[in-house]
Design a protein around this ligand. Structure first.
Ligand code: GLC
Length: 715
């Protein structure tokens, strides 16, 4: 009896295709499935289509008609899983092999609960909180029917004119690497097949942030040396962290389109970094190879992209229309197509999509905007703000102060969501005005002016209110739509009307606290002298209002530090701290119009309501220590940033200093914390050459933390 059952089970097991057996290793399932696929089915896996933004269960029939059941991926703009479940059901049940679709979407700082901009999060230097926010994004996105987020965006940005500064983590490769790893870990967890996880997608590969003059989509010229020592650093970290995918960039990179460059795609990423996920293009970049004057036809474009190492083609269906013929003509090898398919299937298996292709019915009340998520959003927002000036302790304010709250950003919740706001809605937010009205006993509001334009008719009322108050809080800055993709600004100064409003308010003689909300570094050179206190508050998401109110009254103590250099003027751009030495000193290399070489505020700058004193750095072997004392009466968090300088390097001239480690901790009033940096010679004192090889060269090094530095010889 038993033997017949066993025999039956053995027979049944043999009938189940290996790729459908979750007990088998992923690679075995991938190879089994690949071996069963026709060329047409393979080409479909390399193709991504998209749903309309208003697709819902009522009009899904149209979407179903429009989309082949065998499509490999779709961009899903919805947040109700019933729509993706319907498409997935067709893929699983009506396609010959039942390969699930992978649904992607741009949830870069929130899916439904919006967290601060990535640039703002970088200012927090709190990667633990950033990781937690990505866990929330993953849980909400999973509930909403996506499997894959096009995040983290890890473009190094050194040009504040570029609108996409907002989406990344600033100018430093190490800081960006740390937040990249935090995001990958937050989205994917230790096993992304578990419910509530998403595949991550590091983007835009690569060099996109070096777009000439900050103009979007333009050419980029980067040497192999800079490619490796700057732009590829976050990808090396993210690949090690197991990121599932990479998105190739729009720009040409030293003459070769990044989305068809075999060196960066195959040599650097897939071979040298040993990346085993897949590469998806950015939107339409295969088709755009023709606009870039690189491909003479769509067919040529498909061939160039696939042969260069692209695995999936985003939304222009160029692979879909051309790859079959290219393989049949031998211009594209089946081996290359198979490698691309293998990479995509590997991620789908690792995501558990074959076992769990569907999502439970979306329940917005349970799945989104949970109290714990909103609390995290507020706490993280409170750590992103950067206090730039606080004369005579203008801040924090007494809750009993008579506050004149003025400015276009004071009651504008829609702006707090920032760019790429996904499914964040202003009605979920409390404005700074509304939040302060709850926390302070006497707040009066006047808008004063709009973000831009010449209408100064609101000035008199604002000035009158200021004159009747104890203190002015002026909220100025950028609209959300001034930042993000295709949002380059030729000047990083705020519109004149905002500065003029400040000037009129200053004339009242009242103390003025200026809050600047932006998605990039702003020219503050005329604003700062008129401010008694000045704070960069970025665009902080769903809980900006509560966080800012808390920062103003001292419920939160500002702890942010700048992740980007704030230039003195647009004319200094691009400007960044980790530049290389110039060949002369003193009078040489200056601007002849009196503009200083130094920025208005440097990378890593930020004040607190506390005051921190750094001890001299001690070095025991390769263990560096510094004692940080909070000499104030206010508990505060401090991020200790460790920089190293290799004073002389014969292999390649290195940056004047490089961030190599940071750690953020609460230091209670009057107490001291010891911060330790365990230096690794190759990792922290070494460098990388233009072939991607790390090296260490003995010699003089300078180690810096806070206002302290230690010069030492390291053998
Ligand atoms: C856009 C962006 C990219 C985004 C993609 C899908 O053009 O460049 O960041 O992930 O298209 O929306």
């Amino acid at each position: 009896m038993i033997s017949s059952i066993v025999n039956t089970l053995v027979v049944l097991a043999a009938l189940i295709p290996a790729y459908k057996n979750p007990k088998l290793p992923v690679e075995e399932r991938v190879n089994d499935l690949l071996g069963r696929m026709t060329l047409e089915e393979k080409v479909m896996q390399l193709s991504q289509s998209y749903m309309e933004r208003n697709d819902n269960t009522n009009n899904i029939a149209k979407q179903l008609d429009r989309t082949p059941a065998e499509i490999g991926s779709m961009i899903n703009y919805g947040w109700d899983a019933s729509v993706t479940n319907a498409l997935q059901k067709r893929a699983m049940e009506e396609s010959r092999l039942g390969i699930p679709i992978i649904f992607g979407y741009d949830a870069i700082h929130g899916f439904r609960t919006e967290f601060p901009l990535p640039l703002a999060q970088a200012a927090s230097f709190n990667t633990d909180m950033a990781r937690e926010s990505c866990k929330v994004i993953a849980a909400e996105g999973y509930a909403g029917g996506i499997d894959w987020t096009f995040s983290p965006m890890i473009d190094i940005a050194r040009d504040a004119r570029w609108g996409r500064n907002a989406e990344g983590y600033g100018e430093d490769p190490y800081l960006t690497s740390r937040f990249c790893v935090a995001a990958v870990e937050g989205y994917q967890g230790d096993d992304m097949s578990k419910p509530g996880h998403l595949a991550s997608c590091m983007k835009h590969y690569t060099g996109y942030g070096a777009s000439e003059a900050g103009r979007d989509y333009t050419a980029v010229d980067i040497s192999r040396q800079t490619l490796w020592d700057t732009w590829l650093q976050p990808y090396i970290a993210g690949v090690k962290a197991g990121s599932a995918s990479v998105m190739s960039a729009f720009c040409t990179l030293s003459g070769i389109p990044a989305s068809a460059d075999p060196y960066i795609l195959k040599e650097a990423l897939k071979k040298k970094m040993n990346f085993d996920g897949f590469i998806v293009t950015d939107w339409g970049t295969t088709e755009q190879l023709m606009l870039q004057g690189y491909a003479s036809s769509e067919k040529e474009a498909a061939k160039m992209a696939l042969n260069a190492g692209i695995d999936m083609d985003m939304c222009d269906m160029v692979f879909y229309r051309n790859l079959k013929a290219l393989v049949e003509s031998g211009e594209v090898s089946m081996a290359d197509v198979d490698d691309a398919v293998r990479r995509i299937l590997r991620v789908k298996f690792r995501l558990g999509l074959f076992e769990h292709p569907y999502r439970p019915k979306t329940n917005p009340k349970k799945d989104y905007l949970q109290p714990a998520s909103l609390e995290l959003a507020e706490k993280l927002a409170s750590e992103c703000a950067v206090l730039l000036k606080n004369n005579a302790g203008a801040l924090p304010l007494s809750k009993k102060a008579k506050v004149a709250l003025i400015g276009p950003l004071a009651d504008a919740a829609e702006e707090y969501l920032g760019c790429w706001k996904a499914h964040g809605f202003p009605e979920d937010l409390t404005s700074i005005y509304a939040a302060m009205s709850k926390e302070f006993s006497n707040v009066q509001y006047e808008k004063g002016c709009d973000f831009e334009g010449e209408d100064r008719s609101g000035f008199p009322k604002a000035v009158k209110l200021a004159g009747e108050s104890d203190v002015v809080v002026l909220c100025i800055g950028e609209k959300a739509v001034w930042t993000g993709e295709n949002k380059t600004r030729a000047s990083i100064a705020l519109p004149r009307i905002q500065e003029d409003l400040l000037c009129e308010l200053k004339k009242t003689g009242k103390p003025v606290v200026v809050l600047v909300g932006s998605g990039r570094a702003i020219d503050l050179v005329r604003i700062e002298p008129m401010a008694d206190a000045l704070m960069e508050i970025w665009h902080l998401g769903d809980r900006e209002g509560e966080a800012v109110s808390g920062l103003l009254c001292g419920r939160y103590n500002p702890s942010g530090k700048l992740p980007v250099t704030f230039p003195y003027t647009t004319g200094q751009v691009p400007i960044y701290y980790n530049a290389r030495n110039i060949c002369r000193r003193g009078k040489w290399g200056k601007y002849t119009d009196g503009t200083p070489l130094e920025p208005k505020y440097p990378f890593g700058y930020g004040l607190s309501y506390s005051s921190f004193e750094y001890s001299p750095i001690e070095l025991d072997g390769l263990t560096a220590k510094v004692r940080v004392t909070n000499t104030s009466a206010v508990d505060g968090k401090e991020s200790v940033l460790w920089f190293i300088t290799d004073s002389y390097c014969s292999r390649v001239a290195r940056p004047v200093k490089e961030l190599k480690y940071f750690e953020k901790r609460l230091i209670k009033a009057g107490t001291t914390e010891v911060f330790t940096f365990e230096l690794d010679k190759l990792r922290d004192l070494g460098f990388i050459d233009g072939n991607g090889e790390r090296f260490f060269e003995p010699g003089e090094f300078i180690i810096r933390a806070g206002n302290r530095e230690l010069k030492t010889e390291i053998k």
